[in-house]
Design a protein around this ligand. Structure first.
Ligand code: SER
Ligand code: ZN
Length: 645
């Protein structure tokens, strides 16, 4: 029986097979005319040597809403009985092992309200091809593991569309009456989801950047004429990001031009198309008279995020869409590191954690819970989630903690060098971490396949001058995953004595340590004569709910003395929650509650010179939303309440 679900097709990771044919080069000619845009593409195909499938060599291409005008193989028209175009697939029977295919199609960008593929917005043409929009522009194997070099010619009316952009470097241009054209060449093989095209009348802010190796790159930011004065911050952010990626990851920019176009109608925040990023105006425009501090920081981080994709996503891309977090999780981690270096690192980390806990944790504990690498999907568009992005970033961060900064950098060097120009998997990424560290990360990889937020319950006791910390991990069931296995959890910790000084944790005298938990229950112990305050999960070293019954004195000690910004903030929150709770319940008098906090807050103010932004954050009371949500399971309200002295 037919049901609305009948057409829903499930794509499974386990069913992945390499593409039958590869495309070495695509030559696109996009002739933009209102109501009758024509796209001519000539693609050089060759049989994939990795293809292990049996059977004949039919070519199957994706194509949606395309009006096919003509098809030719090696310049010869393809007979009508040799191909069929149905259900968004073009099948051409028994093609040779290598050949060129030329197709001519008509499309209607003016009627494209899906904002997917080529569309017109505010009198300009632009594109969005991630994840599967390119198939609405021309016939193509629309999957990220087919990487081709693109040469693109854009033609349009000179007056209405003075600016014609595509990926790569401009190599030729010309005029024909009241129309003109520009040809762009992108020398780097890329999947078609990174294709972009823009035609319009836009203002440009231009600057330049010299790479570490001395190459000159022209930087061009485009927006509507009235917004030209709102691009300075994006330009500064871009230059900072370019320098930072050279210094931190050894990654240089690779084309002669880097362009960002601001568009008001855009489904996503921004898109990392090779050499031609397209941004929602909200993520690129900023002006001191209308933009808040948070707005400036958002522009800085999104500009950097898209720039960083040039390596983590474009030069090394995803084999299939199940690996989306390979580029997104890693790139979010990179933009978080960048923002931490540009601003107060402690405040940045707290903001990232606060966002994760209040938005991704509920996703991971509700009906939408899914693994960072899902096993199946119906529409990939539904998987651009906080789990893929934010939890994905935490998974990369844990690997950073497991390896330490030097080895992590060696591992990412290996990853970029080994897989440059290839489409790979999350396993390939982890394999580089394993190879450099010599550590077996098989268990760690459960983070990619197991959904849900682990709860880490911690208890402690003093026994014969030893301090014992016991960790228990438990991940509650999520839809489709009733049984959970123990994860590898890196817990960065320090232990403070009664004066707030960190205790030595090993024979070398280290005052901070990363403990690796890999079983349901584990105990860690250290010599200690008196009461200890554990500074747990420093820097929020793993995306877990921490359940430990801090008392009031411990929280005060952490807030006043700890060197870790996240742990200080978490302690402050717990103290404020507790004081506000008692006030609400009528258990305390306002003056007494405030009095109890005075000595601690004085210490925060006393240390404000270390990082004024952090001090301001520590002195801020929780907002209404945090107060309301604190009884939600993802925050584990009970453990937020310290026991009072
Ligand atoms: N790939 C885009 C980005 O993450 C779309 O979200 O920047
Ligand atoms: Zn991204």
């Amino acid at each position: 029986m037919d049901s609305p679900q009948a057409d829903v097709k499930t794509t499974r990771l386990a069913d992945y097979t390499p593409p039958d044919f590869l495309v070495d080069h695509v030559e696109l000619d996009v002739d933009l005319r209102d109501g009758q845009t024509r796209v001519t593409s000539t693609m050089q195909f060759r049989l994939n040597p990795e293809n292990t499938r049996e059977g004949g060599s039919d070519l199957i291409l994706d194509g949606e809403c395309l009006a096919l005008e003509s098809l030719a193989i090696n310049g010869e028209p393809v007979a009508e009985n040799r191909y069929r175009y149905e259900k968004d697939k073009l099948t051409i029977e028994s093609v040779p092992e290598t050949f060129s295919l030329t197709s001519v199609v008509r499309i209607e960008p003016e009627k494209n309200t899906a904002l997917d593929g080529l569309y017109r917005s505010n009198g300009m043409y632009c594109t969005q091809c991630e994840a599967e929009g390119f198939r609405r522009i021309t016939f193509f194997p629309d999957r990220p593991d087919v990487l081709a070099r693109f040469t693109t010619t854009v033609r349009a009316d000179k007056k209405r569309y003075p600016l014609l952009l595509s990926n790569g470097n401009p190599v030729e241009q010309g005029e024909e009456g009241d129309r003109h054209w520009v040809t762009w060449e992108d020398p780097f093989p890329k999947p078609c989801y990174l294709f972009a095209l823009v035609a319009g009348d836009l203002a440009c802010l231009e600057d330049s950047y010299t790479t570490g190796s001395g190459r000159q790159v022209s930087l061009r930011l485009y927006a509507e004429h009235r917004d030209l004065d709102k691009l300075d911050h994006a330009m500064l952010s871009l230059k900072n990001a370019m320098r930072w990626d050279e210094d931190t990851y050894g990654r240089e920019y690779d084309l002669d031009i880097y362009m960002i176009v601001a568009v008001s109608h855009f489904n996503m925040g921004a898109m990392e198309n090779k050499g031609l990023n397209i941004f929602n105006t909200s993520c690129v425009l900023a002006h001191p008279s209308t933009t808040t501090d948070a707005g400036f920081q958002r522009v800085e981080s999104v500009v950097a995020h898209e720039y960083f994709h040039n390596w983590s996503g474009n030069r090394v891309t995803c084999r299939d869409w199940f690996q989306l977090s390979l580029k997104e999780g890693f790139t979010v981690f990179r933009d978080q590191q960048f923002s931490a270096d540009m601003n107060s690192a402690a405040v940045q980390r707290v903001e990232n954690v606060d966002f994760l806990v209040n938005h991704q944790f509920p996703e991971d504990q509700g009906p939408m819970a899914h693994p960072v690498r899902p096993a199946e999907y119906q529409k990939i568009d539904n998987f651009y989630t906080l789990t893929i992005y934010e939890k994905g970033a935490e998974i990369v961060r844990m690997q950073y903690h497991l390896l330490g900064p030097e080895d992590f950098r060696r591992a990412t060097d290996l990853y970029f060098d080994r897989f440059d120009g290839q489409a790979v998997t999350c396993d390939d990424f982890v394999a580089c971490m394993e190879e450099i560290s010599g550590r077996d990360l098989t268990q760690f990889k459960r983070w990619y396949s197991q959904a849900g937020t682990p709860v880490l319950t911690v208890t402690d006791r003093l026994e014969n001058d030893r301090y014992l910390l016991t960790f228990r991990q438990h991940t509650p069931p999520t839809p489709g995953q009733a049984e959970k296995q123990p994860l590898m959890i890196p817990v960065r910790l320090a232990l403070l004595d009664e004066t707030g000084e960190p205790l030595p944790l090993d024979v070398q005298g280290n005052r901070e340590k990363v403990i690796i938990l890999d079983r349901e229950e584990q105990t860690f112990s250290v010599d200690a004569a008196g009461p200890v305050t554990p500074s747990l999960l420093r820097g929020f070293s793993a995306p877990v709910v921490l359940d430990y019954a801090f008392d009031h004195d411990q929280l005060s000690r952490l807030l006043a003395h700890d060197s870790d910004g996240y742990c200080r903030w978490s302690a402050a929150q717990r103290l404020y929650f507790s004081a506000l709770d008692r006030l609400v319940k009528g258990e305390g008098a306002a003056a007494a509650e405030a009095q109890a906090l005075v000595p601690v807050l004085e210490q925060v103010i006393g240390r404000a010179d270390e990082d004024p932004a952090q001090a301001a954050l520590l002195l801020s009371l929780p907002g209404e939303v945090a107060l309301g949500d604190r009884h939600a399971p993802w925050i584990l309200a009970s453990s937020m309440l310290p026991t009072m002295p």
